[in-house]
Design a protein around this ligand. Structure first.
Ligand SMILES: *Cc1c(COP(=O)(O)O)cnc(C)c1O
Length: 393
């Protein structure tokens, strides 16, 4: 009965752990260390012959329950959770890159995922190429004899461009390159890269998976046990582990992933269509609109267009700031994937440290607005947007 459960059931029953006191949900095992029954038991735990827990940085019942659920959601062999999304990103880099190796990556990845390569990992001899991966021909051209990792993010932030994961993975595998996808923007309900040939998926669970803007957390899912055997010890030895209370919060948050994402997406579709007709708006990027340049690929690769919209204001930078100063219900904040609607203006906020030229190279124009749609009543969101957008005309 408990095998082959469907997605929404896994969200609730995925961990399938028998609690010693019959607790209906996994409790918080807020402990750092675990008692062994005797010396032989301790030795067996360390040898991996006994599944018993040793020390929370290595493993913990609350954390393990979360990992079991998450692995099933992504159709992964194993999952390792981490203290943050960036801990997941750095654990993956550390697992597969050595001095002299080269990484090919989507140019418009989450900022810090690129910053750590350019600023820190380069100090240890890692070479890199940041390219537009929406054209897979660019991937072919960027691969060198020492390329060891293809690191993709789709859809991208904040431009919402889509990379063909199946085609990209096929190219990389011809060269024995490990393929990693940051799946944060979709969550496993909308996109399962491992099913498309990708080797490793990672998430900032701070966003959709936890979904309540109250926790920072990460996860790494591996297609095979062999990959997990590389990744898990790296996480443990680098000290990127999650805390048991953090795991408990995510266990609680993930149960409603399906309900939340469906409602967010329903709202986002209505809002995107409404924005496209608004006189203050020049263009809207949303995979659920036929005007999106990769509308067909999005439909094929994703199980829904998600709830991130970016749109361009006719009034440029000035209009962008005006909109941010006039929204009342929608919060002016970075992050995404929570139940509340959040809006930000990349040119004056998340990407303000870049030169205007490099912003434009990444498609970040002065009037670009990023909108992470929440689960509020869509009429209230639209009313708020309308009163604020009127001031931008
Ligand atoms: C937020 C985010 C991260 C980083 O995650 P943290 O939990 O903030 O460390 C990585 N990738 C993407 C796409 C993100 O949105």
């Amino acid at each position: 009965m408990k095998d082959n459960l469907r997605f929404d059931t896994i969200l609730i029953h995925g961990s399938d752990v028998e609690e010693p006191f019959g607790a209906a949900v996994t409790p918080i095992y807020q402990v750092s260390t675990f008692k062994f029954k005797n010396a032989a038991h301790g030795a067996a735990c360390f040898a991996g012959e006994d599944p018993g827990f040793i020390y929370t940085r290595i493993g913990n019942p609350t954390i393990s329950a979360l990992e079991k659920t998450l692995a099933k959601l992504e159709n992964a062999a194993k999952c390792v959770v981490t203290s943050s999304g960036m801990a997941a990103v750095n654990t993956v880099y550390m697992s597969f890159l050595s001095a002299g190796d080269h990484i090919v990556s989507t140019a418009a990845v989450y900022g810090p995922s690129r910053v750590v390569i350019e600023k820190y990992w380069s100090r240890f001899g890692i070479q890199y190429s940041y390219i537009d991966t929406t054209d897979v021909e660019n991937i072919k051209k960027a691969i060198r004899p020492n390329t060891k990792m293809l690191y993709l993010e789709t859809p991208t932030n904040p431009t919402i461009a889509i990379t063909d994961l199946k085609a990209a993975a096929e190219i990389a595998h011809q060269h024995n390159i490990v393929v990693v996808v940051d799946n944060t923007f979709c969550s496993p309900i909308l996109q399962r890269p491992l099913d498309l040939g990708v080797d490793v998926v990672l998430h900032s669970m701070t966003k959709f998976i936890n979904g309540h803007a109250d926790i920072v957390a990460g996860a790494i899912m591996s297609k095979t046990e062999a990959l997990d055997k590389i990744i898990r010890p790296t996480m443990v030895n680098m000290g990127c582990n999650m805390d048991p209370t953090q795991a408990y919060m995510v266990i609680r948050g993930v149960k409603t992933l399906s309900l939340r994402v469906k409602k967010q997406q329903e709202n986002a579709q209505i809002i995107a269509e409404w924005l496209e007709k608004h006189p203050a708006v020049a263009s809207v990027a949303y995979p659920g609109l036929p005007s999106h340049p990769q509308y067909e690929l999005g439909k094929k690769q994703m199980d829904g267009p998600g709830s991130l919209i970016s749109f361009e204001l006719k009034g440029g930078h000035v209009a962008g700031e005006k909109l941010m100063n006039n929204i009342q219900l929608v919060m002016l904040a970075v992050s995404l994937g929570g139940v509340e609607s959040l809006m930000s203006h990349p040119a004056s906020m998340t990407h303000s440290k870049m030169t205007k030229e490099s912003r434009l190279e990444g498609g970040i124009t002065d009037g670009l607005v990023r909108f992470a749609v929440g689960i509020e009543d869509v009429n209230d969101i639209i009313a708020d947007l309308d009163q604020a957008l009127r001031k931008c005309i």
